[in-house]
Design a protein around this ligand. Structure first.
Ligand code: HEM
Length: 453
């Protein structure tokens, strides 16, 4: 397919997608450099450090920073970051006295999760905690990311988004100037990435410009995912009741406290809450239309086992997960509707034929909302813990109702825009209010989180 600047190949065969993600001849780096240039407006000096030297497949600074990011979201680092985000969430939830009414569920989740995520990333000097108006600035920017990528005079055509970007980047520059990234309560993700860039002589101002990318990727998909999953669960009393039963198995009173403190064990979601996890995966399948982007570095061939294709050097490759996730051929005739049980382990579904089990196996290979290969989303496990943590307290401890007290309805999901991963509610759906009321029997609960195997 010929596009504006280069020919593009669009891959929709799951087998070839897996190959494309893993291939060393297809690179994400050139796209990353373009994103940094257009979306983040970093200086030419920094861009020259990011560019891939002739004859090589990646720039050393990008390789090192990418390694730092991926390592900072595993093992003990991940564990600590998860619990910090959930500590912020519990502070907000425990502050709900009886019944709380929100004029917009999405905006409330956006505030709650942007604060929780940024607290976990940036520690006590979190710029979003110090100046909460930056949260709106971030989302003003998010609403027009495509205008920045296209480079069509954003300062003129989308001035609010342009101002939002500048405000967040200026706050980050100040953060790095003050050396706040060196404080012990800052996540290894922020600390080690900044250290890597500083080693290469990146200016403090560009450090601030670049940091916007991190807080953006950490919130842009996770928040709409939480919104849709909560609504699908809360709109069905049966599903709510089944998930509450699952959650009771990972909930226990906190030891030795006279108050009614209740801990949710986030290490047990996968083993004890299969239906909740299935709902989460299903929402991501339905709502995520991320387009994986790669550039062909040297002529290479790919095959799906039947046909072989030549990809020419210099061309782009697009992997539209939304198309693959909605394919009826793979997901069956109900591909475009929500099926809470779709991602349950076959052993839990019971009475599956050998053919159905094989189809289930093929579906797992056709599911990549987090991309793949060496750029596979490093934040996926953090997102899992943070999103399911918030959902579990809301579902177990609260009744989520429409403003008139009736059942909430799930708005039509629609498709996400270009350069948007997870679809977000718009118009009246964005303004959809809810009542969040402590459940009878749980009025005095003080919620907390632990992670114990
Ligand atoms: C439901 C939530 C999320 C979804 C659906 C998602 C999806 C993705 C996708 C599709 C990619 C591109 C991968 C590729 O091209 O192969 C990506 C990359 C990335 N994500 Fe996520 N993400 C989510 C949450 C997060 C969170 C919470 C963080 C950080 C805490 C994060 C950090 C990143 C980073 C740093 C990259 C770039 C990785 C690299 O280039 O090596 N993501 N994500």
């Amino acid at each position: 397919m010929p596009l504006l600047d280069a020919k593009s190949y669009v891959i929709t065969s799951p087998v070839m997608c897996q190959y494309a993600f893993r291939s060393k001849d297809l690179s994400f780096e050139p796209h990353m450099v373009e994103f940094f240039q257009r979306m983040l407006n970093v200086s030419d000096a920094t861009i020259s450090l990011l560019k891939i030297p002739a004859g090589e497949k990646e720039a050393s600074m990008l390789r090192e920073s990418s390694k730092a990011i991926h390592e900072s979201l595993t093992g003990e680092n991940l564990h600590r970051t998860n619990l910090k985000a959930l500590e912020s969430i519990s502070l907000i939830i425990n502050g709900i006295d009886g019944c709380f009414t929100s004029d917009s569920l999405f905006r409330w989740l956006r505030l709650t999760l942007t604060l929780a995520t940024s607290d976990a990333l940036y520690g006590s000097q979190n710029p979003f905690r110090i100046n909460k108006s930056l949260i709106e600035s971030l989302w003003d920017f998010d609403a027009h990311v495509i205008s920045f990528i296209m480079g069509i005079f954003p300062s003129f055509f989308v001035p609010k988004a342009h101002r939002g970007r500048a405000a967040v980047q200026a706050a980050f520059t100040e953060y790095f100037k003050n050396g706040y990234d060196l404080q012990p309560d800052v996540s290894p993700l922020v600390h080690s990435r900044a250290a890597c860039y500083a080693k290469y002589g990146i200016s403090l101002s560009d450090l601030g410009q670049l940091e916007l990318a991190i807080v953006h990727v950490a919130t842009a998909n996770a928040i709409p995912t939480t919104f849709w999953t909560l609504l699908f669960i809360a709109s069905s009393p049966t599903l709510t009741s089944l998930i509450r039963h699952e959650l009771l198995t990972i909930t226990k009173p906190s030891s030795g406290d006279p108050e009614r403190e209740i801990d949710i064990n986030i290490a047990k979601f996968s083993s004890h809450c299969p239906l909740l996890v299935s709902c989460y995966r299903e929402v991501i399948r339905l709502g995520n239309s991320n387009i994986g982007a790669r550039r062909v570095m040297t002529d290479t061939t790919i095959t799906d086992g039947t046909s072989t294709y030549l990809l020419k050097a210099g061309c782009n490759v697009q992997i539209p997960s939304g198309v693959i996730h909605m394919s009826e051929e793979t997901w069956g005739p109900n591909a475009s509707t929500f099926d809470a049980r779709r991602f349950l382990d076959p052993n839990l579904k019971g009475n599956m034929t050998a053919k159905e089990r094989e189809e289930d196996r093929q579906r797992k290979k056709a599911y990549f909302p987090f991309g793949g290969g060496k750029h596979l989303c490093p934040g996926r496990n953090f997102a899992f813990a943070e999103i399911l943590g918030l959902l579990s307290v809301l579902v177990l401890g609260f009744d989520i109702r429409a403003l008139d007290g009736g059942l909430v309805e799930v708005p039509k999901m629609g498709r996400s825009g270009v350069a948007e991963g997870m679809v977000k509610p718009t118009g009246k759906d964005l303004e959809m209010g809810v009542r969040i009321e402590r459940r009878r029997g749980w009025e005095d609960a003080i919620w907390g989180f632990v992670s114990e195997q």
